[in-house]
Design a protein around this ligand. Structure first.
Ligand SMILES: NC(=O)c1ccc[n+]([C@@H]2O[C@H](COP(=O)([O-])OP(=O)(O)OC[C@H]3O[C@@H](n4cnc5c(N)ncnc54)[C@H](OP(=O)(O)O)[C@@H]3O)[C@@H](O)[C@H]2O)c1
Length: 338
């Protein structure tokens, strides 16, 4: 089979295509022919050596894929040959508390990922892909889709009447925009690109704030809520955006802490955090039961993942460069090998 491996960290050219023996499904495993994979900022962070967690070189990268089952091992009862499936981001987090294996299982960081032709995984590590979603759409759900779902759920789920702040136009933020609208919430979106404003509005954002043009954009977001603040911040910027997010959030609101897009790290002011009256919840994508819920919700409301561009398998390096350019809105996808 064809498989990319990331031989060292720092450069996209370290991603090399190899010919390798086909994997064979063991007991309880399914063999998936990969039809599409979705790129996340995390994949780029690993390639560039900027991933804040442990990553080992030489692995097959990428966490998110959809494909077709082409063989099953002994004692597989959940799926049969021909079934369409999506991989779970955390292959052994089924629900409840996060398992201790979470890091060791981490696709592309500590275990082989999905940027390849065939993958043998436990039948519990995939879920069914409904007919209404294409492979390209399905592969966007395990990380970006589920992270947005988890960020809007939690102890105080977002509901009609709430206001949600999404930052930038990347994969997680666009899913959060779509899902928040589906829940009846009002969405305020930030972006650095005025050219993306119309698209964000068409997807349902009521207000757009350019975070490059207005350094104090948190205050502006708060003003757009009549001074009350937003109920939920889908926080993907991290160290460089948290101070503004704290200005934007309502008393009793929540900052769902997801990302680390900004490179600067000025630190957090304890009193700003305390006096915001908001809660801070750390998100680690989500579990398998959340992925099942998200898929049911997507089918139920007819949500179509926003795919900016699909690259050929042979152009995976081009796809990563495109993601890095930040030109995209929504997801960047790579087709499985033909
Ligand atoms: N904790 C978790 O469970 C989890 C799960 C998924 C993702 N993440 C993290 O969440 C972040 C987003 O991931 P993604 O895959 O959605 O990224 P992505 O698709 O690459 O999104 C990038 C977009 O974010 C915007 N952006 C860039 N720098 C920004 C900044 N300093 N402030 C605000 N917006 C900025 C830009 O949008 P504009 O062009 O519109 O400005 C850019 O196009 C990453 O840090 C990722 O690692 C964490």
């Amino acid at each position: 089979m064809k498989a990319y491996r990331l031989e060292s960290f720092g450069d996209i050219d370290a991603l090399r295509l190899h010919e390798e023996p086909d994997p064979r499904p063991q007991r309880g495993e399914v063999l998936v022919r990969i039809r599409a994979v979705a790129l996340n900022y995390r994949d780029l962070a690993i390639v560039r050596g900027r991933y804040p967690r442990k990553a080992v070189p030489g692995l097959i990268p990428v966490s998110d894929a959809a494909g077709e089952i082409v063989a099953v091992g002994e004692q597989v009862t959940a799926f049969k040959v021909g079934d369409r499936v999506v991989g779970a981001f955390h292959p052994r987090w089924f629900g409840g508390e996060m398992p201790a294996t979470i890091q060791a299982d981490s696709y592309g960081a500590e275990s082989d990922g999905w940027l390849c032709e065939l993958k043998a995984v436990s039948q519990e590590a995939v879920v069914a892909l409904p007919d209404s979603l294409t492979y390209e759409e399905g592969c966007t759900l395990p990380c970006a889709g589920l992270t947005a779902w988890t960020a809007l759920a939690g102890p105080t789920p977002v509901r009609a009447g709430h206001t949600v702040l999404v930052q930038g136009s990347g994969g997680v933020s666009i899913f959060a925009l779509q899902l928040a609208r589906a829940l009846g919430a009002t969405v305020i979106a930030t972006t650095s690109a005025d050219s993306k404003a119309e698209r964000l509005r068409a997807l349902g954002a009521t207000h757009i704030v350019n975070y490059r043009q207005d350094a104090d954009w948190g205050r502006r977001v708060r003003a757009l809520t009549g001074g009350r603040g937003v109920d939920r911040v889908v926080e993907v910027g991290g160290p460089g955006t948290i101070a503004q997010s704290l200005k934007a959030v309502a008393v009793g609101g929540e900052i769902a802490s997801i990302g680390f897009l900004s490179t600067e790290n000025p630190g957090i002011d304890f009193f700003q955090l305390k006096l915001s009256g908001a809660s801070f919840r750390n998100i680690t994508v989500g579990d398998r039961s959340g992925l099942l819920e998200l898929i049911r919700a997507a089918v139920g409301v007819g949500l179509k993942p926003v795919i900016d561009r699909t690259f050929a398998f042979e152009d995976a390096r081009g796809a990563l460069s495109y993601l890095e350019s930040g030109q995209h809105l929504g997801k960047v996808v790579v087709s499985g090998p033909r």
